[in-house]
Write a protein that binds this ligand. Structure first.
Ligand code: BTN
Length: 240
């Protein structure tokens, strides 16, 4: 596995994730290829949300992997590695971040980046994966959206093309180092937003107070609520 051996850099596209999916269908794509865009006019986020990013300001890219060979019930491992990669990259850039389960990266409680992974599954195996990453870099104004960027956190202005190469370098290092690491779960939990902190959440029964104690191997959020421990999927819980 090696990310970024090939890079396709686009001026403008609907969504880099969609672009990868179409390219794979039409002509095939080598594993590890990165599609990066200066501007996405229909960027996709989690839960059918839109991913908004000002043109030329941020990293918006997708990585295609076709040699994943991971059983479906272990798919969360990809999310763990990618979020740890972003966390590690920010750390190397002098920015302390936390991973907000399952797909976001936060700095001081505010979102700086997000991940949208679309897997192609056959039988019980993940055959290929489109890993979409949006990381706010130079954008300073997010309108009504509560978000932050590397620039807002550090006061620096970044050269996106240079940053891209450092980013891919760190992602490759993290993937290599942690893919088979038995301590991956521990590393992930060490950087998890609100771990072991009593906070407010909402589920189908309304607002409640609970404590995140971990994440199951299938990627469900483990929440201690009084004497009970409940496991939640993404759609079953929201943070307050
Ligand atoms: C989220 O936090 O909701 C996930 C955001 C993922 C955004 C990235 S930007 C590059 C890639 N292409 C998309 O359309 N979405 C992902």
């Amino acid at each position: 596995m090696h990310f970024g051996r090939k890079l396709i850099h686009l001026d403008s596209v609907d969504s880099t994730n969609n672009y990868v999916a179409n390219l794979v269908k039409e002509q095939g794509l080598s594993s590890g290829t990165v599609i990066m865009a200066d501007h996405q006019f229909a960027g996709k986020g989690q839960r059918d949300a839109e991913w908004q990013s000002l043109a030329g300001m941020n990293l918006t890219l997708s990585i295609y992997l076709d040699d994943v060979n991971l059983s479906v019930n272990r798919q969360f491992r990809i999310t763990q590695l990618i979020s740890l990669g972003i966390h590690e990259f920010l750390k190397q850039q002098g920015i302390e971040s936390e991973i907000k389960w399952p797909n976001d990266v936060y700095v001081n409680g505010v979102k700086i980046g997000g991940i949208l992974i679309e897997n192609h599954i056959s039988g019980k195996e993940i055959k290929s994966s489109i890993i979409g990453i949006g990381l706010n870099v130079n954008q300073k104004d997010f309108g009504a959206i509560n978000a932050t960027s590397m620039s807002l956190e550090s006061g620096k202005q970044y050269i996106l093309n240079e940053l891209y190469f450092s980013f891919i370098h760190v992602m490759n290092g993290v993937w290599e180092k942690y893919w088979a690491d038995i301590n991956l779960d521990k590393r992930y939990l060490n950087s998890l937003y609100r771990i072991n902190v009593r906070s407010s959440y909402t589920d189908k029964n309304g607002e409640f107070e609970g404590v995140i104690t971990g994440v199951s191997s299938e990627g469900k959020l483990r929440m201690e609520r009084g004497a009970e421990t409940i496991e939640y999927t993404l759609k079953e819980i929201s943070f307050r």
